[in-house]
Design a protein around this ligand. Structure first.
Ligand SMILES: [Zn+2]
Length: 269
């Protein structure tokens, strides 16, 4: 599941494969970039911002450009050795191929693929809240943005990338379980927003550098989460069956005993 840590890992893979390299060819398979040719361009660096990937390039004339992509649910980038078979995903999902002397980067099922001047990068990602895995991570600003919408449910507020960037459904469910907070709790009724934000950051940071996402400390299959993906299975703490229900436009998992509702649902106040 591409959450902030997965995108951070992907950015690192692309950086190691391409940074400093001069591209020997490019092949865009999306209409908006079909005529774009990056041959001769140099890859400066690869970075992530929340769940957005930013591949920073220098054009032949020395101007700086950013190739933006978003993985959403199913997108992925892979780096292959020259001549290696591209086996990660079916070929029809390929959206872009970037070739360099040492590596070939293939982007599958990418969303929001766009090329913009690096100076205008903020127009692509400027609406994002503080990046949990960014060098400029600002927990106080994240709390301030969350608190600005006191009546939103905490379950939806944590997923809103304008509040803080990088949390997806897995970390949302897990952090709320670990804090004993029902996903339906209004933001104003969450007892310690700063503690919740800090824990979310720690969970994402702990999964940097590996592809298996775990919030329990275990990397064994079936033991990597407390509630996420565990509908009807016993809570690891109290044994109650984990529940799954829609919240906003996503599903949420929670333990009704460990995460009691402080404010009745739908009471409006
Ligand atoms: Zn429980």
């Amino acid at each position: 599941m591409p959450e902030g840590d997965t995108v951070w890992n992907t950015a690192r893979v692309l950086h190691r494969a391409l940074a400093g390299a001069r591209l020997t060819g490019s092949d865009f398979r999306v209409p908006q970039l079909a005529t774009t040719d990056l041959t001769g361009w140099t890859v400066r660096e690869s970075a992530s911002r929340g769940k957005h990937l930013l591949l920073r390039l220098a054009a032949l004339d020395g101007t700086h450009w950013t190739l933006h992509s978003h993985l959403r649910m199913e997108g992925a980038w892979r780096a292959y050795a020259p001549g290696e078979r591209w086996t990660a995903r079916p070929a029809h999902l390929i959206r872009v191929v970037l070739r360099s002397p040492g590596a070939v980067a293939v982007g599958y099922h990418l969303h929001e693929l766009a090329l913009a001047p690096t100076a205008e990068e903020e127009s692509l990602v400027g609406q994002l809240g503080p990046d949990l895995l960014g060098a400029d991570w600002d927990p106080a600003e994240a709390v301030r943005r969350l608190a600005a919408h006191p009546d939103a449910t905490i379950g939806e507020a944590l997923l809103d990338q304008r509040n803080l960037a990088g949390i997806g459904n897995l970390y949302k469910c897990e952090v709320l379980f670990l804090r004993g907070i029902s996903p339906w709790t209004p933001v104003r009724a969450v007892p310690d927003l700063a503690g919740t934000v800090t824990l979310a950051q720690r969970l994402l940071a702990a999964n940097r550098g590996r592809w298996t996402q775990s919030t329990t400390g275990s990397l064994h299959r079936g033991q990597t989460s407390y509630v996420y993906g565990r509908r009807a299975q016993p809570c690891r703490r109290c044994g109650t069956a984990i529940r799954k229900e829609e919240l906003g436009d996503r599903v949420t998992y929670w333990c009704p005993v460990c995460q009691p509702e402080r404010t009745p649902r739908g009471d409006g106040g």
